[in-house]
Design a protein around this ligand. Structure first.
Ligand SMILES: [Zn+2]
Length: 171
């Protein structure tokens, strides 16, 4: 059987139409107005958390918010897949409304900053401020690196929990 180019184009278009219909159905299930309110509220949480420095990037709460929304929808009888898609769409709309674009892969690499010539070389350990031994660039020892990482994680979890609770209490 010969597949024509127009068949492929049509298949793509009907796939997109189907995806759009499914998306609309999900939003309809939540209630359009409620959807809009939630996007607005989540946007506020993200903006405030970023402004007060709870998160170092506007995307800092994306993960916790997504699984918070998903969990709440699951408890309301949604399937995991539907709930996850809804949560993802909601967060995409939040970032769109805030006019935040995701950095590309290159911008996420440490070399990006080095190339720009803005990297300031450390001479002391991030955690204990002892002079760095030869070959160490951030921490004096494995112990300091682990301890600092755990401390950062605890702080992230704590600030994330507060914001997530505020944001999803009303879902
Ligand atoms: Zn140290």
């Amino acid at each position: 059987m010969k597949v024509r180019h127009s068949d492929l184009v049509n298949a793509g278009a009907s796939k997109r139409r189907l995806a759009r219909q499914e998306r609309d159905a999900r939003r309809g299930r939540l209630g359009r107005r409620r959807y809009g309110d939630l996007v607005k509220r989540l946007g506020m949480v993200v903006r405030i958390a970023f402004e007060v420095g709870c998160i170092g990037s506007p995307f800092g709460l994306e993960g916790p918010l997504r699984y918070g929304i998903r969990g709440d929808l699951c408890r309301q009888g949604w399937t995991w897949t539907d709930a996850d898609l809804m949560a993802r769409e909601m967060m995409d709309d939040v970032f769109r409304a805030l006019r935040i674009t995701r950095p590309d892969w290159n911008e996420g690499q440490p070399e990006w900053v080095i190339e720009a010539g803005t990297l300031i070389e450390r001479t002391r350990c991030v955690r204990c401020h002892a002079p760095l031994p030869e070959g160490h660039h951030k921490y004096c020892s494995h112990l300091c690196s682990t301890a600092h990482w755990m401390w950062l994680n605890r702080r992230k979890e704590a600030s994330g929990d507060v914001a997530v609770m505020l944001a999803i209490r009303s879902i």
